[in-house]
Design a protein around this ligand. Structure first.
Ligand code: HEM
Ligand code: HEM
Length: 153
């Protein structure tokens, strides 16, 4: 019984861990860009730096924490839509924005626009997931009435 309980905890917490590992990877890139901008006094890529940090680090980390605290919300279809749309869109969005800022070549603009829309839709999926699935935590009570605690902290 205890083993089954632990296995279930392990499984439900997993999505949050993936979000947090991706988030901290974006933080490394964002901080490196910040240091490079400061050192070179070339701020061309400031919007890329800002969004690598704010969409990559902050938004992904907050999502990971939310899905760890509320594992029920982290394992829904909406969470999967949120994950794949945002993590698919973000590298394209950052790459195409950097390319446009560095070269002024607007040929790649459709990729930027589509990835921005995909990122925005992923935020709608997060919003819907939070409104629809956070209360579901009450359903995760064990037989003796004890609440499941999120592991990993
Ligand atoms: C060691 C870490 C960091 C360094 C060295 C750094 C450096 C910089 C530099 C040089 C700029 C351009 C400032 C200008 O244009 O005058 C900038 C802008 C910005 N940074 Fe960072 N940054 C760091 C980390 C972060 C983090 C962690 C975040 C967010 C979580 C962040 C968010 C931003 C934002 C939003 C802007 C644009 C600000 C604006 O619109 O005026 N930065 N950063
Ligand atoms: C789908 C998501 C998002 C899209 C499409 C988007 C788009 C944009 C655009 C087009 C700009 C103007 C860039 C420029 O002036 O060159 C901008 C600036 C900015 N956005 Fe976002 N944004 C998104 C999400 C966010 C989020 C989640 C945050 C904060 C948590 C944020 C914070 C900022 C900041 C601080 C600036 C000013 C950056 C600078 O001075 O370079 N954005 N964003």
């Amino acid at each position: 019984m205890r083993t089954e309980h632990s296995a279930r905890q392990q499984k439900t917490v997993q999505p949050g861990i993936v979000w947090l590992k991706l988030a901290v990877s974006y933080l490394v890139i964002g901080v490196a860009m910040g240091i490079a901008m400061g050192a070179s006094h070339d701020f061309t890529l400031r919007p890329v730096h800002a969004h690598v940090n704010l969409l990559g680090w902050t938004t992904l980390a907050l999502s990971g924490i939310i899905y760890t605290v509320f594992p029920q919300a982290g394992s829904t279809k909406l969470a999967r839509v949120h994950f794949w749309l945002l993590n698919g869109a973000l590298p394209v969005m950052m790459g195409s924005l950097a390319y446009i800022l560095l070269t002024s070549d607007m040929q790649i603009l459709p990729a930027l626009v589509i990835s921005e829309i995909a990122a925005a839709v992923s935020i709608l999926a997060l919003t819907a997931n939070i409104f629809l699935n956070l209360e579901a935590k009450k359903e995760e009570k064990t037989g003796n009435g004890a609440q499941l605690k999120p592991a990993g902290f």
